[in-house]
Design a protein around this ligand. Structure first.
Ligand code: ADP
Ligand code: MG
Length: 400
């Protein structure tokens, strides 16, 4: 992994230094109240560490999609109270991101004071990565810290531009994420297994294409396994299946063969005639026995057992996408069983396990094992782009 500076590279005393810290405070909201504080909790250690070293901490973040215009319903002041509670400190809200109002506020903040600037996306220059906009923000900072991996796939002024204008450092959450991802796909201990599940091949073609050249075992589950099974001539009945992607599925399997990657598809599956919880028509069968009016909604128990044996031989696992329609019982069973297996191998010290993706995180929480994985990324889009092998501009700017 290319080197990047962390908070360890900063002097112990930052008294009076103005540090612009890019964080992810795009909290999910319902009726004006944040429903999940994971993102705020994740960036708290960086903010507190800088404040405790005497810095004047200026938080930079986006909130919603205001498209370059002020919008009172997307002001970051909406989450000020939540952030204060998470930090256990007072946070001064500053209704600008640049200019004299910010300069004046920074003058008022004492050493260790924390300010929160307005939603960066109220200005067009943010998403267009306008150098003049970035320069105006940089005028009120001495140092730049990026602690928002989840926004690092965007080359915006606050995620990329600023890193070129001020001495740039990765915050603690960014540092942990980059280290975990590097251990999973950058310089992993082999053999490496990847689990790719979820609904559609079309949403993860680039991920699959990249992984076959990186891992020794590619485990395909979820709806996307149906597309691969169908490409191999299996009749998947009424299952979710992208028949028009048969050629791409074949190409991925051929590329896997060429690079010594074994592709694992389920050979038994859990099927039903209706898309509902605990349906009367529920049964488990071999993939070759799916009836024309049945849907594959989970991998079967024999498949899970075989996959658990594969994981036993592996040292690294990267996982994105559930193996079945885990939101409905009992179609969560395959995902839950394999996740628990991976968690146990991780606890034994034989597996480094890294997972990410919105539904994947929900599935691991449902299985009660999110804490037991080596690392679980909540980064969504950035995590998927990283799984595609793409360079993330916000990360590249830190490692320059
Ligand atoms: P992530 O958010 O972790 O990247 P995805 O969004 O790609 O994952 O996929 C999750 C969705 O895939 C879930 O809603 C799940 O119900 C669905 N899914 C998994 N297996 C199947 C299946 N066999 N048939 C239909 N939907 C499925
Ligand atoms: Mg999803």
């Amino acid at each position: 992994m290319a080197g990047f500076k962390t908070l360890d590279d900063l002097p112990a005393d930052l008294t009076g230094k103005r540090v612009l810290v890019r964080v992810d405070l795009n909290l999910p909201m319902a009726d004006g109240v944040a429903t999940d504080l994971t993102r705020a909790t994740a960036v708290a250690p960086t903010i507190l560490e800088l404040a405790d070293k005497g810095a004047k901490v200026l938080l930079l973040a986006h909130f919603g999609r205001p498209k370059g215009e002020r919008n009172s319903t997307m002001s970051l002041s909406m989450v000020q109270g939540e952030i204060e509670r998470v930090l256990g400190r007072e946070v001064m809200f500053i209704p600008e991101v640049a200019g004299p109002v910010v300069a004046q506020a920074v003058g008022i903040l004492g050493p260790g004071g924390i300010g929160m600037l307005e939603n960066t996306r109220f200005w067009h220059g943010e998403e267009s990565n306008d150098p003049a906009f970035a320069a105006a923000i940089a005028e009120n900072g001495d140092l730049y810290v990026n602690d928002a991996f989840s926004a690092a796939h965007r080359a915006h002024a606050s995620t990329e531009g600023l890193a070129h204008l001020l001495p740039a450092y990765a915050g603690r959450s960014m540092e942990a994420e980059l280290k975990a991802l590097d251990a999973a796909l950058g310089a992993p201990v082999r053999p490496v297994a990847a689990v790719v599940g979820g609904a559609k091949v079309s949403s993860k073609l680039a991920v699959l294409e990249h992984l076959v050249g990186q891992v020794q075992h590619l485990i395909i589950g979820g709806g996307m396994a149906n597309t691969f099974l169908a490409a191999r001539g299996v009749d998947v009945g009424k299952s979710l299946c992208e028949h028009d992607l048969a050629a791409q599925a074949d190409a991925i399997m051929a590329a896997a063969d060429a690079s010594g990657c074994t592709v694992h598809l389920p050979y038994d599956v859990v099927v039903s005639k209706e898309f509902a919880a605990n349906p009367a028509s529920l049964r488990t069968c071999n993939v070759h026995e799916v009836a024309a009016d049945e849907m594959i909604l989970d991998v079967g128990p024999q498949a899970v057992e075989a996959l658990a044996d594969v994981l036993k031989t592996c040292r690294t696992l990267v996982w994105n996408g559930p193996l079945g329609a885990f939101e409905m019982s009992p179609f969560d069973e395959g995902t839950v069983a394999l996740a628990r297996n991976a968690a146990a191998l991780t606890a034994e010290g034989s597996l480094v396990s890294v997972a990410g993706g919105g539904d994947t995180v929900a599935a691991l929480n449902h299985a009660g094992v999110a804490e037991d994985f080596t690392y679980v990324s909540t980064a969504g889009g950035a995590f998927l782009e990283w799984m595609e092998g793409r360079e993330l501009p916000g990360v590249a700017a830190l490692t320059r």
